[in-house]
Write a protein of this length. Structure first.
Length: 394
């Protein structure tokens, strides 16, 4: 996005006057199915919700809650909830076709169908964390995974996917190019694409992915124990996580839900551009943002359908806002716990600070000293080398 402001915000003017819960895309039943499956996985536990009282006071908020995804299974990212869940759902569908009967997902996870799945392949494109989830899901059930990554994905993230047994193929273009190449290759090879973004004619699997993500918001709501934050800030990317969390709050609270604000890096603000235009807009270029997990130039149409209905606003911020926040959470003052927050985890917090620091934006979003803010810290140190460099930098 050349020749634009360092940061900017926009109110969503496209919300319907009579919204449909979950925009007709995400449902309570879909969440319930994902919750039943994922909570049965070995080592499942809700991730922590930190009440960062010290940081809240320093930043000028009444409360600051931080949903910490740095310890989600072994993947250090909320994405563990989506890709792996969709892989298992697709494996169940494949086995029903091959065997002529419905098999239990517990039996698939227990390895009873590894021989039948050995020649079945799932494929996806990724900035890193979604591919890791797909690779982990494939390893869990014994199928093959082929993962496409783009030029800006770090070597550390590639190695993490390979560590789960995936074949990783790097392309020269950006994330959106990798999505297209993965889909084309999978069609030729008769593989199943497990993507976290949608396109015309491809919606069921991304919907499963988003239903998996909803569990993170469901956990946070339960952990808040009846308290409803005034504002929820969410990372953008293609929009799947933001849509899933926003829909969960809408389904639970209806008109009493918090204000939902979606944040993106300035170099990949496709949701912001889409919100201004009222229809999907593609951001061109290499999308070389530090926030690698958010380096998307094309919004998922399914996610936009939800966010158009539920999100209250969209913000983009510069990369430079993030490393100081990573350092601040890693070495907190006072009694706040230390938090491992990856470079894509704090875009929402950066957006909250930008809005709070500009009177017009703060008034538009009713963000002030009485606000109770919830941040979804979507990843930990998913690239430990890069994390160490950013946190140790002066």
């Amino acid at each position: 996005m050349a020749d634009v402001k360092e940061w900017d915000w926009v109110i969503n003017r496209h919300q319907p006057t009579a919204p449909v819960a979950g925009a007709g895309v995400l449902t309570a039943a879909g969440l319930a199915a994902a919750k039943a499956e994922i909570t049965a996985w070995p080592d499942y536990a809700p991730t922590p919700l930190h009440d960062l009282a010290g940081l809240a006071g320093a930043l000028g908020f009444a409360r600051l809650f931080y949903k910490d995804e740095s310890a989600r299974f072994t993947l250090r990212s909320f994405k563990a909830l989506g890709g792996a869940y969709a892989v298992i759902r697709q494996a169940q569908a494949f086995l029903k076709t091959r065997l002529g009967e419905t098999v239990a997902t517990a039996d698939i996870r227990a390895g009873r169908y590894r021989d039948a799945l050995a020649d079945w392949t799932v494929c996806t494109a990724t900035d890193g964390n979604h591919g890791r989830s797909v690779a982990w899901g494939a390893q869990m059930i014994g199928c093959r995974a082929v993962i496409y990554i783009h030029a800006e994905v770090s070597a550390g993230r590639q190695q993490a996917m390979e560590g789960f047994g995936a074949e990783v193929r790097r392309i020269a273009g950006n994330y959106d190019d990798s999505v297209r190449i993965a889909a084309e290759t999978a069609a030729e090879a008769d593989w199943v694409v497990v993507s976290d973004t949608s396109w015309p004619g491809y919606a069921a699997i991304p919907t499963d992915v988003m239903h998996g993500y909803m569990l993170m918001a469901d956990e946070a709501i339960d952990q808040l124990d009846g308290r409803v934050p005034s504002h929820v800030f969410l990372q953008g990317g293609v929009g799947g996580m933001a849509a899933a969390v926003a829909a969960t709050f809408e389904l639970r609270f209806g008109a009493k839900r918090p204000k939902i604000i979606v944040a993106e890096p300035s170099l990949a603000a496709c949701l912001f551009a889409t919100a201004k235009a009222g229809a999907p807009v593609t951001i061109e270029g290499d999308l070389a943002t530090l926030m690698a997990g958010l380096a998307a130039g094309e919004v998922s149409p399914l996610a936009w359908t939800v966010l158009r209905s539920v999100a209250d606003g969209f913000v983009y911020v510069p990369d430079g806002d993030v490393p100081p926040l990573m350092r601040r959470l890693a070495a907190p003052a006072g009694s706040d716990p230390a938090v491992e927050a990856g470079e894509s985890a704090l875009c929402g917090l950066a957006a909250a600070l930008r809005i709070a620091g500009e009177a017009e934006a703060a008034a538009a979003f009713q963000l002030d000293a009485a606000s109770e803010v919830l941040i979804f810290g979507s990843e930990g140190a998913t690239d430990p080398t890069l994390y160490a460099e950013l946190v140790s930098a002066a």
